[in-house]
Design a protein around this ligand. Structure first.
Ligand code: BTN
Length: 251
């Protein structure tokens, strides 16, 4: 990882050939390790996705990494960090010529299929954050996906983008650090929101919001100043969505 022009992110990089899950490892060492440490593995034997799902993490096929963060902010401000991560991944990929989009709040999409997921895990007390583990999984070289996900998942190589993993990691860490420090130090969200709007996979589109068994077709209007999603329901009413599973029509 030469040429990593960051101040704190990736100053320490812990690399594995194989591990159960980089998020699990980061959670174990999170309290002792200093901010900005990056754990990266070529393979995960128990890669985890959101909502208890499995995350396929074969050897050398992707970027499986976790970043340890220790922001001095109140816990309720932590979810925005997932959005910062999404924005930095999308921005980094676009600067490398990949037309990736962000599906608020957790997924990165390429040609209508998912290439990247983010799993943020927070260890906090009432008023204080101990640490945050920001897990990022990017499908880079995967050519075949299991039957359950092959209709919804893709990789950079599969979409004919041949990009080096080191370049992607370097660019993400660089983008993330600058947006993260602006948020932590100045409470500034502007650039993140701008990126999320410019590279949104869902703004202006009809999407399904899914809550448990309930599925509702709505129009996605915007992301507001807090980073929440603004949608319009069928009856014309406008609603703000703070988090929750959403699925885009046709994807
Ligand atoms: C999702 O979209 O469901 C989130 C996927 C997150 C996967 C990454 S890979 C590195 C880190 N370690 C894990 O076990 N999961 C995250």
């Amino acid at each position: 990882y030469h040429n990593l022009h960051t101040k704190i992110l990736g100053k320490k990089i812990i690399h594995f050939d194989t591990i159960d899950s980089t998020n699990d490892y980061a959670k174990k060492i999170g309290n002792e390790e200093s901010e900005g440490a990056v754990i990266i593995s070529e393979e995960q034997t128990k890669g985890r996705g959101r909502l208890g799902r499995n995350w396929h993490s074969n050897s050398y096929e992707g970027i499986w990494m976790s970043i340890i963060l220790k922001p001095n902010i109140v816990p309720y401000k932590a979810p925005f960090i997932t959005l910062i991560a999404g924005a930095s991944i999308v921005e980094a990929l676009n600067k490398l010529g990949v037309n990736a989009k962000i599906k608020w709040p957790n997924d990165i999409i390429l040609n209508e299929k998912k290439i990247c997921g983010i799993l943020t895990e927070l260890s906090a007390e009432i008023e204080r954050i101990n640490h945050i583990v920001l897990g990022i999984g990017i499908n880079v070289k995967t050519m075949e996906f299991s039957q359950e996900i092959c209709d919804v998942a893709t990789s950079l190589y599969k979409e004919n983008y041949i990009v080096s993993r080191v370049d992607i990691v370097r660019n993400i860490l660089l983008e993330f650090e600058s947006l993260y420090l602006e948020y932590i130090n100045n409470n500034s969200k502007e650039k993140v929101l701008d990126i999320c709007r410019r590279h949104s996979a869902i703004i202006g589109k009809e999407i399904y919001t899914i809550r448990g068994e309930e599925k509702e077709l709505v129009r996605c209007l915007d992301i507001n100043e807090e980073g929440n999603l603004i949608i319009k329901r069928n009856d014309g009413s406008i609603k703000e969505i703070i988090s929750g599973e959403i699925s885009i029509r046709g994807i």
